[in-house]
Write a protein that binds this ligand. Structure first.
Ligand SMILES: [Zn+2]
Ligand SMILES: [Zn+2]
Length: 222
């Protein structure tokens, strides 16, 4: 069930993007702000305390590794993980760099999901707007449908794969806390970047602030 939901979240995003393709993508700023605040909150409320409870050794450095890894991935993806794509579209070639960086990112998102129900919802909520933005970019750049669908198919498999690995492969299970700490770093970087970029010019926006507060409150009580 969890694997299927994570897999189909990407295609829900794609479906919405296809339906909305003529409308402005700016409408996405509220869902994006919600998903960023929600992801940050569940990371802080559920995952971070648990990792510190099982082991406090090396947690901090591994979180830093996650943040650095995400910074490096964004050199390749130009920010697709947090909601905008501005790579040079060449519709004749498969966007490998974007694909590799997004896949590594999505794989790490899968590691802490098993056994963490709030984290699961947090990643699910984060995936849909990201998949929409990615799809908007592909559609606008006029990539062939085969390229778009194979990209999304493989990308959609990565988070379920990470989640499956983290509960079935003993080598991965042995490093569970370290991997979860790296994922925390990735979540912290991605979610705070989403929040940072959603406050355009740092102007006060009541709708956005209410959305962010609502996301934090919901994350606290689920
Ligand atoms: Zn950015
Ligand atoms: Zn992500």
């Amino acid at each position: 069930m969890i694997y299927l939901a994570l897999f189909f979240a990407v295609f829900v995003g794609y479906g919405v993007a296809v339906i909305l393709k003529n409308k402005k993508a700016q409408k996405l700023s509220l869902p994006l702000a919600f998903s960023g605040a929600f992801l940050l909150a569940v990371t802080l409320f559920e995952l971070l305390p648990e990792v510190y409870q099982t082991t406090s050794e090396f947690v901090g450095p591994f979180i830093m590794v996650g943040i650095l890894l995400q910074i490096c991935l964004e050199f390749l993806s130009k920010g697709a993980e947090h909601g905008h794509v501005h790579i040079h579209a060449n519709k004749n070639t498969f966007p490998w760099l974007l694909f590799i960086s997004l896949s590594i990112h999505a794989l790490f998102e899968g590691f802490p999901i098993a056994g963490h129900s709030s984290m699961f919802i947090g990643v699910l909520v984060h995936k849909i707007p990201i998949a929409m933005i990615l799809s908007f970019f592909f559609i606008k750049a006029k990539y062939p449908l085969v390229t778009i669908l194979s990209f999304l198919l493989l990308f959609a498999s990565m988070t379920p794969l990470g989640s499956w690995l983290s509960s079935n492969v003993s080598e991965i299970i042995a490093f569970k806390d370290e991997l979860n700490a790296i994922s925390i770093g990735i979540f912290l970087h991605v979610s705070t970047t989403i929040l940072f970029e959603s406050s355009k010019d740092h102007k006060f926006n009541l709708a956005k602030l209410s959305t962010i507060i609502a996301a934090i409150v919901i994350a606290y009580f689920i």
